[in-house]
Design a protein. Sequence first.
Length: 284
Amino acid sequence: MVFPATRMVQTALFATILTAAPASASFSNNIMITGYWPPTNEMIRPFSRNQNQNPGGWQGENWEQRGYNVHSYFPEFPGLTQPPYGRGVGDFEVDYQDASNDFWRIVGELRPIAIITFSRGANNSSWEIEARARKLPLNSWTPDYLAPFVPTADLPIASEPDNTIRQSSLPMVQIRDAVAAANLGMTSFIDNSSSFGGTFVSEFTSYHSAWYAALHADRADPAWTIAGGHIHVGGNTPVAAARTATQITLRTLITHVDSIVPSPGTGMLLLPLVAHGLRRYRRR
């Protein structure tokens, strides 16, 4: 015999699990990271799926068995070992049109659950987490290396109101503290200064990462994105230290994402227990 109230509770629990499990599984498990001038291109190289850029093989698949695929994209600077590096070649060239086109193409392919854009910062060893970025008037950006030199009206960012400020949604405090605790010989801090990210392609990409996350912040969005933001890496930061800081940052980010998105398998793991309970009550 199954009591009516018991059956109602069982049915409700079963329906909840069936509904919740596919929902969490429908979101992308891709994390997108992008680079810029060295050391930011070198430090994320192991996460590139491009065999020419990363002949050692992609390390981002189900990274550290954490359930997320990490994908990196960055330009190359052939023959250059020190500044000025210029525009570069490949993905995310230091160019407004190229950075915009690559960004929107790649987010369309990945539907990332989180994004971190990186760029080279001051000539020191630092991990500077940008708290926010601006959308400047199109002619107020610092000129890049190839005509038309500044963002143009045909780019998606042109539709954003001038002087709009987008806030980072990265777990900034946790990243700052985790990198600082690793004693890597670099300063880790959050930049809330009035200079923002610097008026060049760096802040331009910074704006895009925060903007995209804001556009897709709704849990019901098939392209739901939990976090997006930017980190400046000091130009004198050794590549080995920068790679370690990148790994620490990714672990911290994934912990944050996991605190918001249940594991896709969680609901399915509970189904056998519910089924067992239903059989048990039917025997009474």
